[in-house]
Ligand binder design. Structure first.
Ligand SMILES: Nc1ncnc2c1ncn2[C@@H]1O[C@H](COP(=O)(O)OP(=O)(O)OP(=O)(O)O)[C@@H](O)[C@H]1O
Ligand SMILES: [Mg+2]
Length: 359
């Protein structure tokens, strides 16, 4: 996957920009607030995904403008493809995000999914280590949704029935056939829940050895990362777990087992990384995971995704920075940084940014 040309119009604080990135390392460099992350975000939009910062469409359009336009030429699946994406303000001729691929109207930009693939690392991803289990589950779910179309269906069904079961548990004493209904819900939950848990734990099993090796290299063997999926039920299955937990669930008024109660354990030298890892170690662990995610996607789809790394170098010592910059050979990478000095060691193209313009 290689982005060859990017043309922006009225994107965030960027009135106009034309960029011809190199095949490997590309650096967006400039002071705070100049538009580095905005540029990275525009590349991410080509994947058809939502803004990785969770922004609404209206926030993407430059203040005062009606449309934002992103034009790109990228080598995807061995051929050159052109992507044309517009974000229109509400009330304009084309509101929302729409896309054309090789000149053909695709309707919503989400239809681009799978054409141009990218993996993004931004500082918020530290919550993968520091944050709640929900963030780690989202990481697995997002990756699995991209890889297996049936996964989202199972996850959605599970979530819907879970809400029904929780509602039932809250008013259990007042409903006439509550016991019968609970059994029906439990059986359905067990079916979809076991599928979700199985997929997640298989995915993590494939990812873990790569992430562990990445971490070993980033840290030059100084610490050892280990990862394990923590299911909420044992080999007897989820339905058996519900039976054992029945009285507890009735007391609690909510469901106590299933994918929504599971987590990924992240250890550094056998201790929870969340509590015992330093900032730089936590960042290294997220990077190791993200790089493994990209390698895994390359194995499934046959093409390495473009890497978008926002502000990764801060908090990494020289050796870790060096590793990161050299390991990216043969892959197209976009990195943001306030100062381009660190990149002298690696060959790449530097794009200095000032006030939303590439100078
Ligand atoms: N829709 C918009 N219209 C105009 N300006 C915008 C819009 N959205 C964001 N901006 C501005 O873009 C500026 C640059 O944002 P960006 O996050 O890209 O900076 P950055 O170069 O990554 O800075 P940092 O080094 O602090 O991360 C911000 O000052 C922000 O106010
Ligand atoms: Mg930024």
């Amino acid at each position: 996957m290689r982005l060859q040309k990017l043309v922006l119009q009225d994107w965030r604080n960027i009135p106009q920009a034309v960029i011809e990135p190199g095949p490997e390392l590309n650096v967006f460099c400039g002071e705070n607030g100049q538009g580095k992350t905005n540029l990275l975000e525009s590349i991410w939009m080509l994947t058809g995904g939502k803004s990785f910062r969770g922004s609404k469409d209206a926030e993407l359009i430059r203040r005062g403008a009606e449309f934002s336009v992103i034009d790109a030429e990228a080598e995807c699946g061995g051929r050159l493809q052109t992507i044309h994406l517009t974000v229109g303000a509400a009330g304009t001729a084309r509101p929302g995000r729409t896309a054309k691929l090789n000149g053909v109207d695709q309707g919503r930009a989400a239809a681009l999914a799978g054409t141009f693939t990218a993996v993004v690392f931004d500082p918020d991803h530290l919550s993968l280590i520091k944050g709640s289990p929900a963030g780690r589950r989202r990481f697995l779910d997002a990756a699995l949704c991209q890889l297996y179309p049936g996964y989202l269906t199972a996850l959605r069904r599970y979530t819907r029935i879970l809400a029904q079961k929780n509602a039932l548990l809250k008013q259990y004493a007042r409903l006439p056939d509550a016991a019968g209904l609970l059994e029906v819900y439990d059986r359905q939950l067990a079916q979809f829940g076991e599928e979700v848990t199985r997929r997640r734990s298989e995915y993590l099993q494939a990812l873990a050895p790569m992430a562990v090796e990445n971490y070993r290299q980033i840290s030059q063997g100084r610490e050892t990362l280990s990862l394990a999926y923590k299911p909420s039920f044992d080999e007897r299955g989820l339905l058996a777990a519900y039976e054992r937990l029945r009285s507890g669930e009735l007391r609690a008024g909510f469901c106590l087992a299933g994918p929504h109660r599971e987590d990924v354990e992240v250890l550094l030298d056998g201790q929870p990384a969340r509590v015992f890892g330093s900032q730089g170690q936590q960042r290294s662990a997220v990077l190791a995971l993200k790089l493994a995610e990209a390698t895994q996607a390359a194995e499934v789809t046959g093409e390495h995704p473009v890497m978008l790394l926002d502000d990764v170098l801060s908090e990494l010592d020289d050796a870790r920075q060096n590793y990161l910059l050299t390991r990216m050979r043969d892959k197209q990478v976009f990195v943001t940084a306030c100062d381009s000095a660190a990149f002298g060691r690696a060959q790449g193209r530097v794009f200095p940014l000032k006030g939303g313009a590439v100078v």
